[in-house]
Design a protein around this ligand. Structure first.
Ligand SMILES: [Zn+2]
Length: 141
């Protein structure tokens, strides 16, 4: 399956969720971020990094941006990284495509609430990337 197609599907889903995806220059070390109702990806990324970064930022958009009460920033980053690795492993995207990466272990060190958010976000993004229809809804947890 082409990485470009996964990216297009996730971008369409992002628009469906109310956030357009743009490419722009970002400060060094930053690959992407959510700015209000936009996802900004660093321009010039490889397709692999673009897909993984988009999955990471979509996790923030879906699971964190409207969380109430607000979630701890570090927790949010752990969760987005877990989803990014999960999606990368499931879609066979380097560098998370290494044989033997057990996606079930990605949530081992997370709190129960995080496990629910990570599993839900990863399942949602994988369904979208694989071409399934997903009704946008916020996580009710
Ligand atoms: Zn992040």
């Amino acid at each position: 399956m082409s990485l470009q197609l996964y990216i297009e599907r996730l971008e369409r889903f992002s628009r469906q969720c109310g956030a357009t995806v743009i490419r722009n220059s970002l400060e060094s070390g930053v690959l992407g971020r959510v700015e209000g109702r936009r996802i900004v990806l660093r321009s010039g990324l490889s397709l692999e990094l673009e897909l993984l970064t988009l999955a990471h930022e979509l996790t923030h958009l879906l699971a964190h941006c409207n969380a109430s009460p607000r979630l701890n920033r570090t927790v949010c980053e752990y969760e987005a990284e877990a989803v990014e690795k999960w999606v990368g492993a499931a879609l066979d995207v380097s560098p998370h495509a290494e044989a033997g990466l057990d996606v079930a272990s990605l949530t081992d060190d997370l709190l129960a609430g995080s496990v629910i958010r990570v599993r839900w976000a990863a399942a949602t993004l994988l369904r979208v990337a694989r071409g399934g229809a997903v009704e946008y809804q916020r996580l009710q947890a």
